[in-house]
Design a protein around this ligand. Structure first.
Ligand code: 8VR
Length: 469
């Protein structure tokens, strides 16, 4: 079987992780421009001031993507380039940059897939309360509208937010992302709701403009499975899926939050403050949402915590996605298992879990349009005689694309696949050590770009529409 002609083979990036040029051409400061400079917050104190300087080298990078045969490029817009203060004055230089980037993609027939928010919030808004302040929602809708109006003639695919669970979880529970708040459950749920309300409003605004494009959101997809079939652990997996999946997918796809979690939050006093207008906006937006973007790296293996649960102090090291942490409510913990395979950063490699999870989604939400908006392998790539031999990455993507193929033949509606990442870039908490790209960036040699083995492999897969997989 070949992937159909309208299946998009893509790859992704995010503004803060590649652009650099943090204060160039009128860009305002973002929360990450500040946070990454607090000592010890990031691996080796790396930050995105320069990143891989994509802002100044985008032409070279897009030419490489075109050479690879990429059909779509998912990138994010840095809000503080467009509105340096979050709201208020627009920065035309920012608009110009993204116009150029989009036009450069289109020159080669690459479909631009645009994320509006990949975690870099204008600093002014963060200082005014960030996602806890309902005015951030107004500012977001205004920014989103500006993007639709300026770019929507050429961009036909918009993603509002990337991975709400991550930036809210790290922002308000583990404190390892800005605003760096630790253990505030109430704020965590409030921020999530404010983000989803903003998403819903942006979707409604987008549809009013009649641009004949599509809009959706990208969520973490990490289906939970019990470590064995003991009743307690089966319960733990259900609980984890309610909190980690349903809480994030229901409001987008069904327009309401899952009752299971609502009931818990009522009991614990952590229910967000929401108005009936906000809840009915979620309802209105749900059927207008065109697709769901899934960022899949690994499943979660869970076991119920019996008895007392020791709170582990959140550190940068244990917040980077590896198993071992208790859930915030102490109900379960994620487990590294002896019979599973893991990456160097202890992320489980499981195309089976991917397929199983996709079937779970189908069961709950029916036939929805899906894009895999991120999937990839973080590794320290071997360099042999000057060649970057990233065979483990090829294997990773191969097995996951096979899972996508199988899912499609099971009637799951997947319309495209974006590898994370198109090029090596700055990891939020792991610096440059952890690589994901098809293109290598030489930090010792003027950020020179070099094609990896996976570059040629992915080119072949795209050309042959995955027939050989
Ligand atoms: C996703 C994020 C993306 C990347 C990839 C890989 C980290 C990283 C945590 O959660 O959307 O920005 O973020 O995962 O892992 O290493 O920077």
């Amino acid at each position: 079987m070949k992937f159909s002609k309208n299946f998009l083979f893509g790859a992704a990036s995010a503004a803060y992780q590649i652009e650099g040029a943090w204060n160039q051409d009128g860009k305002g400061m973002s929360n990450w421009d500040e946070f990454s400079k607090i000592p010890e917050k990031t691996f080796q104190n790396t930050n995105g001031d320069v990143a891989i300087d994509h802002y100044n080298r985008y032409k070279e990078d897009i030419a490489l993507m075109a050479e690879m045969g990429l059909e779509s490029y998912r990138f994010s817009i840095s809000w503080s380039r467009i509105y340096p203060q979050g709201h208020g004055e627009i920065n035309l230089k920012g608009i110009e940059f993204y116009n150029n980037l989009i036009d450069e993609c289109l020159k080669y027939g690459i479909v631009p897939f645009v994320t509006l928010y990949h975690w870099d919030l204008p600093l002014t808004l963060e200082k005014e309360g960030g996602w806890l302040n309902k005015r951030t929602s107004d500012a977001f809708v205004k920014y989103a509208k500006t993007c639709f109006e300026c770019f929507g003639d050429r961009v036909k695919n918009f993603i509002t937010f990337n991975e709400t669970i991550v930036f809210c979880g790290h922002g308000y529970l583990s404190g390892t992302h800005p605003p760096g708040i630790v253990g505030d459950i109430k704020k965590y749920f409030q921020a999530i709701h404010n983000v989803f309300y903003s998403h819903a409003r942006a979707v409604i605004e987008y549809k009013k403009l009649n641009q004949y494009g599509e809009i959706g959101i990208s969520n973490v997809f990490s289906p939970a499975f019990p470590v064995n079939n003991l009743e307690d652990n089966v319960f733990a997996a259900k609980h984890a899926n309610e909190y980690g999946t349903h809480w994030f997918y229901d409001p987008i796809l069904l327009g309401e939050y899952p009752e299971y979690v609502i009931n818990d939050l009522k009991r614990s006093g952590n229910l967000p403050d929401w108005t009936t207008e906000e809840l009915s906006t979620l309802k209105t937006a749900a059927p207008l949402n065109d697709f769901m973007g899934l960022n899949y790296y690994q499943p979660t293996r869970v076991e119920k915590i019996i008895g007392n649960f020791e709170k582990i102090e959140a550190t940068r090291e244990n917040s980077t996605g590896s198993p071992g942490n208790p859930s915030f409510d102490g109900v379960y913990r994620s487990v590294k298992m002896d019979d599973k395979v893991y990456t160097k950063w202890d992320w489980e490699i499981s195309p089976e879990g991917f397929l199983q999870g996709l079937n779970m989604l189908k069961e709950r939400y029916g036939q929805i349009k899906l894009y895999i908006t991120e999937n990839g392998l973080g590794d320290e790539d071997p360099i042999i005689e000057g060649e970057i031999c990233d065979v483990p990455r090829i294997n990773f993507i191969k097995t996951h694309l096979k899972a996508v193929k199988e899912a499609i033949s099971n009637g799951i509606h997947i319309r495209g696949y974006f590898a994370w990442s198109v090029i090596d870039l700055l990891s939020w908490l792991n610096g440059y050590k952890k690589q994901y790209g098809f293109i290598y960036v030489d930090h010792k040699n003027n950020l020179e770009r070099k094609k990896k083995m996976s570059f040629y492999w992915y080119k072949f897969i795209i050309e042959s529409r995955g027939e050989q997989l």
